[in-house]
Design a protein around this ligand. Structure first.
Ligand SMILES: Nc1nc2c(c(=O)[nH]1)N[C@H]1C(S)=C(S)[C@@H](COP(=O)(O)O)O[C@H]1N2
Ligand SMILES: [Mo]
Length: 178
């Protein structure tokens, strides 16, 4: 008897507390804004070739643009996990590149790939600075890596996107010519 009386308010509070929590819980695969402690590293790691000159950014500056975190699959099973970094659109905006039709993302190993504006406008693409909470070293494809929110849409599993997951990112420019 006593049990039944006590259980009701208990169950009610479980519903009240956990119900809204479930509603506001992160949607799997969708990057969410997170308040991580920003890196203190002030050495330049990225050059943006903007319309009004070059902008060099450090990890401290990049992470200050607003960290977003996503747990995602990748095209490389060993790379699956949690990634965090500023949104690509916010990085581009820093040099007025967000209005470019296309950008070319260049990597330290000489690889480069063109990314169309539709991608950063439509998807919360990250320029990741962290993998599983840690800064990335060159040997694990850092310090900067393009991460698409692959699990947000089956479209993103298409092989055209695989090419755009540039790692060892070094510089970004508006794409000119071919
Ligand atoms: N920095 C860098 N990023 C890169 C590449 C590269 O060689 N260097 N290869 C690209 C290409 S062509 C594809 S298909 C994938 C590489 O996938 P793979 O290593 O499984 O071939 O990542 C892309 N990102
Ligand atoms: Mo490739």
């Amino acid at each position: 008897m006593k049990m039944r009386v006590c259980l009701k308010p208990l169950l009610l509070s479980v519903v009240l507390v956990c119900g809204p929590a479930a509603v506001f819980a992160e949607t799997p695969g969708v990057p969410r804004a997170v308040g991580l402690t920003v890196s203190k590293a002030t050495a330049p790691v990225l050059t943006l070739h903007g319309a009004s000159g070059d902008v060099q950014l450090s990890l401290a500056e990049l992470e200050s643009l607003g960290m977003h975190e996503v747990r995602t699959t990748t095209f490389w099973p060993e790379d699956d996990g949690s990634y965090a970094g500023p949104l690509l659109r916010d990085v581009l905006q820093r040099a007025g590149l967000d209005k470019a039709d296309e950008i070319r993302v260049r990597a330290k190993d000489g690889f480069s790939q063109v990314i169309p504006r539709q991608d950063w406008e439509r998807w919360p693409v990250l320029l990741a600075t962290r993998h599983d909470g840690q800064p990335m070293r060159p040997r694990n494809k850092g310090p900067l890596r393009i991460i698409y929110p692959r699990d947000m849409s089956p479209e993103l599993a298409d092989s055209v996107y695989r090419l755009r997951w540039v790692w060892l990112v070094d510089s970004i420019e508006a794409k000119a010519g071919r």
